[in-house]
Design a protein around this ligand. Sequence first.
Ligand code: HEC
Length: 133
Amino acid sequence: MSQHRVSGITIQFRKLGWDRILSTIAVVLTLVVCFRLDLDSTVVQAQTTLKGDPDRGKAKAALCAACHGVAGVSVNPLWPSLAGQQEQYLVKQIKAFRDLEREEITMQPFVENLSDQDVADLAAFYAGLSPCP
Ligand code: HEC
């Protein structure tokens, strides 16, 4: 009887031990997951909130003007106008050309060395121009 009890207590202690171990693992895992998610969302935030400066963009757009027009309105039917285009779309497309996800042999050399900040600045500049000058 007492042996039973002892083993009963032993089993209970063991159970308690595993519970503790499991809950500690759960807490650690939760912390790891939350921390990682937090890091990831910080990175995503940093990418989406990189603020473009239209004045800096204007200076950087000197080369682009040859094809896309000084005011972002193209005169060549094969070159798109960029004036008034959505800023995020411009960021996405310029990066796509830069990173060779979108291919265009005439565009690529002009964007291949742009930093993310350059892209944000150019996008802010073109997005702020009127599509009908
Ligand atoms: C030599 C001419 C030329 C130059 C210079 C040039 N582009 Fe382009 N760009 C093009 C052409 C052509 C396209 C259309 C590509 C296609 O048909 O997919 C294009 C497309 C784009 C697009 C996509 C528009 C859309 O509606 O999807 C963006 C954004 C863009 N250019 C930005 C720039 C920027 C910023 C620069 C300067 C750093 C630049 N381009 C310089 C010729 C040029």
